[in-house]
Design a protein around this ligand. Structure first.
Ligand code: PLP
Length: 468
């Protein structure tokens, strides 16, 4: 066992663990690297400490200073630990939808939390990055870590994660699989492994299916930390400078449901409790492993623990509310479920011309009073829309005579999972006042709607299965 003289020294040095049970039947050896064994519970401790040390060295962070960062949580936790230990103040800007467990952890280390609505275009003064940048510029002694563009982020992985994997596999690693958020992990680790192996190691980017990195439409996903989401009104989509695209040989796109299945299976079959982005990496690794041989050794980086997501991916009620399924649990409640009362609902885009929308809906046989969803435009949709892409609802009758689609939009009610029982509290809490129409979610995507009135009638149609 190792001995450390401070918590900061204990960052890094995580083990490799061979998967035996879930990898049964696959030819290559598959090892996972559980990064939750870092003191802050995630891979981001490495980058956080490296960025902070570099800022101290170049004078941008001085004694008594304030550490500021915009983060989905884990980098903030790493910075909060280092700040607590070294006597800095920490102010963390994060999305109001991150897991409660991460918020609580940040608060426990004494960091000040600023919760911001993340669904705002990048250039808007209220966007998450804009607010963090403004705060840092206006606060004397503040240093903004900027993990997305900070070269110390990938450098931390080049210096530690890469060499650890090489040494612990005795140079036998042939494939490295990781998710891509800022790109720091995959770029630094991947570059080291490629250099040390003379280019032999293949580096695989495991990516949520709608993420821009692997060619998705940029719409939101449910897995925190991995992938690249773009607000539909963002005109200039800048990618992180921490991401070195040359290092990634292939991408494997992974749906949220597959990632959730992978981690829930890992917990129950292997006894390893991993977070959501770990599920993206695992699902990708299992996919590529099917094509590999007994001479291959795959290393899968697991960024954080499932303990952070007990209220989400491991919570059956959370899954049901999003229309996800849980292995071992029925996809639908017994008895009447929301999906039995829902109808598939056509979509118009907010910037579509009214004349074109009316013509198209009439050609598709949509009746004058039928509900039509209004969505933010998304070129090349890969799946049904994410609920954050739905602006509201309208009808052909309202559209006719309006100058713009946006003029006709009515607010929608709650989001209801397709398999929720009519007796579920999420359903019974809806009294129709919030909006007469709710979005129906199948595996997290909007595949239809249900009216408040229909929920009080007999079933009419069943929604078709979502095509993937
Ligand atoms: C849970 C989780 N997974 C994956 C990542 C992606 O790691 P990286 O930013 O090094 O690409 C992050 C980054 O914040 C994360 O928090």
């Amino acid at each position: 066992m190792a001995r450390y003289e401070s918590v900061l020294e204990s960052i890094g040095g995580t083990p490799l663990i061979r998967l035996t049970r879930v990898a049964e039947g696959l030819l290559p050896r598959i090892y996972v690297k559980p990064e939750w064994q870092n003191p802050g519970g995630s891979v981001k401790d490495r980058a956080a400490l490296a960025m902070l040390r570099r800022a101290e060295a170049d004078g941008s962070l001085r004694p008594g200073g304030t550490v500021v960062e915009v983060t989905s949580g884990n980098t903030g936790i790493g910075l909060a630990i280092a700040a607590a230990h070294l006597g800095y103040r920490a102010v963390i800007f994060t999305s109001s939808v991150i897991a409660q467990e991460k918020r609580d952890q940040l608060a426990a280390y004494g960091a000040e939390l600023r919760l911001v609505d993340a669904f705002v275009p990048r250039a808007h003064p209220d966007s998450l990055p804009s607010q963090g940048e403004r705060y840092a510029a206006e606060t004397p002694g503040a240093w903004l870590a900027q993990q997305y563009d900070n070269p110390a982020n990938p450098a931390a992985h080049y210096a530690s994660t890469g060499p650890e994997i090489w040494d612990d596999t005795d140079g036998a690693v042939t494939h490295f699989v990781a998710t891509v958020g800022t790109g720091g992990t995959i770029s630094g680790t991947g570059r080291y492994l490629k250099e040390v192996s003379g280019g032999r190691v293949r580096v695989i980017g495991a990516d949520p299916i709608t993420s821009k990195y692997s060619g998705g439409d940029g719409s939101q996903k449910y897995i925190e930390g991995a992938g690249h989401f773009v607000h539909p009104e963002t005109t200039l989509d800048e990618w992180p400078r921490a991401l070195d695209l040359d290092v990634i040989d292939d991408y494997v796109p992974v749906e949220d449901q597959r990632a959730i299945d992978a981690i829930r299976g890992l917990a129950r079959t292997e006894g390893i409790l991993a977070g959501g982005s770990s599920g993206v990496a695992l699902a990708a690794a299992f996919q590529i492993a099917g094509r590999l041989t007994a001479d291959d050794t795959v290393v899968v980086l697991l960024p954080d623990s499932g303990r952070t997501y007990l209220s989400t991916y491991y919570n059956d009620s959370w899954l049901a509310a999003g229309g996800f399924t849980a292995p071992g649990s029925p996809a639908r409640a017994e008895g009447p479920a929301v999906g039995d009362y829902a109808t598939a609902t056509p979509l118009v885009e907010r910037d579509e011309s009214v004349a074109e929308a009316v013509r198209r809906l009439a050609a598709d046989g949509v009746a004058d009073d039928d509900a039509v969803l209004v969505a933010h435009p998304r070129a090349g949709r890969v799946l049904a829309p994410h609920p954050s892409d739905i602006v509201g609802w309208t009808t052909p009758a309202r559209l006719r005579g309006a100058a713009a689609v946006a003029e006709t939009v009515r607010p929608v009610g709650p989001r209801l999972g397709i398999g929720l029982a009519l007796t579920d509290p999420a359903v019974t809490a809806w009294d129709g006042t919030e909006g007469a129409l709710a979005l129906v979610l199948d595996r997290g995507r909007v595949t239809g709607t249900v009216t408040w009135r229909a929920l009080h009638r007999e079933p009419v149609h069943a929604l078709p299965e979502q095509a993937v």
